[in-house]
Design a protein around this ligand. Structure first.
Ligand code: G3I
Length: 302
């Protein structure tokens, strides 16, 4: 294959990227986007602060511009993200009453998923709810006011709103099987599956250092998959973007049947949130980097 998307499609997978609505008018950017990628995640436009900046006031314009672009170019969408402690407006963070927060959370999920119903392949229903270096949830307004059950409640609400969307839990630092955080998320997914809490997928963000995926990355992917969920690499970037590190990441996914796709967290290095780390597949001018060829070759199955 000659593009990442076509190479991934060869094994029934997708290759996606994060997209910033403000860059869609940059023709270098959109040319690469539409040539290479078959899945799109809005980098910021579907987050709570963008969508519901004040209670009950919803603004979907920026998200819609990305959905419309994707739809016009045959790209599927990952929705990112419904419940997250970050990029959360102050009015949510200051709620102290459980009845109010429960209603606010469920209304946010309902309004956003209804707006995009039928247009989203998978939603990151809950993002980054676990604490680093721990098997436990992190402190957040949702955790502190609603307790451990807020994750389950969010997934149950999401299923009722759009039963055809895949519902994912998404997090970082859950790639190394031996990390406590990985074990905590694994236990939650296992518990959800055993009790029939609706969860379809786990997103491993995969913001890697220069060495690329940790030893045991493929084991982590296959252990999650064995619980009966799809796994996806949802926010891939690798400091300095070595070809080997990218190839190893792609191969780990290809080796796990239920690893359904990979999303890079941006297109050119200059589009990345990791300023100065050059972690992506295209340079600042939009030229393919060695990591691009390595990822493409690996995706083609060598
Ligand atoms: O929207 C405002 C804009 O109005 C203002 O003029 C501008 C001035 O700085 O800031 C804009 O907000 C920025 C926003 O990106 C949109 O560009 C925020 O300051 C900035 O913090 C924000 O960064 C995003 C970050 O999430 C926030 O947590 C990054 O672009 C985005 O790549 C990053 O993505 C996250 C994933 O969602 C979850 N996993 C980790 C990943 C990396 O942090």
């Amino acid at each position: 294959a000659t593009t990442l998307g076509a190479a991934a499609a060869g094994s029934g997978r997708y290759f996606g990227t994060a997209v910033a609505s403000g860059r869609l008018g940059d023709s270098t950017y959109s040319t690469i986007l539409d040539r290479e990628f078959t899945m799109v995640t809005p980098e910021n436009e579907m987050k709570w602060d963008a969508v519901e900046p004040s209670r009950g006031s919803f603004n979907f314009a920026a998200g819609d511009s990305i959905v419309n672009h994707a739809s016009a170019h045959g790209q599927k969408m990952r929705g990112h993200t419904l419940v997250w402690h970050s990029q959360l407006p102050n009015w949510v963070g200051s709620i102290t009453d459980a009845t109010t927060l429960r209603s606010v959370m469920n209304n946010h999920i309902t309004q956003e998923m209804t707006h995009y119903k039928g247009k989203i392949y998978a939603w990151d229903v809950v993002n980054e709810a676990f604490a680093d270096g721990s098997t436990q949830h992190r402190s957040s307004v949702f955790q502190n006011v609603l307790g451990n059950g807020f994750i389950e409640e969010a997934f149950r609400t999401a299923r009722t709103v759009d039963p055809s969307a895949k519902l994912c839990y998404n997090d970082y630092n859950i790639e190394n099987w031996s990390d406590a955080k990985t074990q905590g998320v694994y236990s939650m997914v296992k518990d959800f599956r055993s009790r029939g809490v609706p969860i379809d997928c786990v997103g491993l963000q995969s913001h890697f250092g220069a060495g690329g995926p940790p030893a045991g990355f493929q084991t982590t992917l296959s252990n999650f998959a064995a619980l009966g969920v799809d796994v996806q690499i949802t926010e891939l970037d690798i400091a300095q973007a070595s070809a080997t590190a990218y190839a190893n990441t792609v191969k780990a996914c290809l080796n796990v049947a239920r690893c359904t796709g990979i999303t890079a967290w941006g297109i050119r290095d200059s589009d990345s949130w990791r300023t100065g780390e050059n972690p992506l597949l295209f340079d600042n001018s939009g030229n393919k980097k060695p990591a691009y060829s390595a990822a493409l070759t690996a995706m083609d199955g060598d």
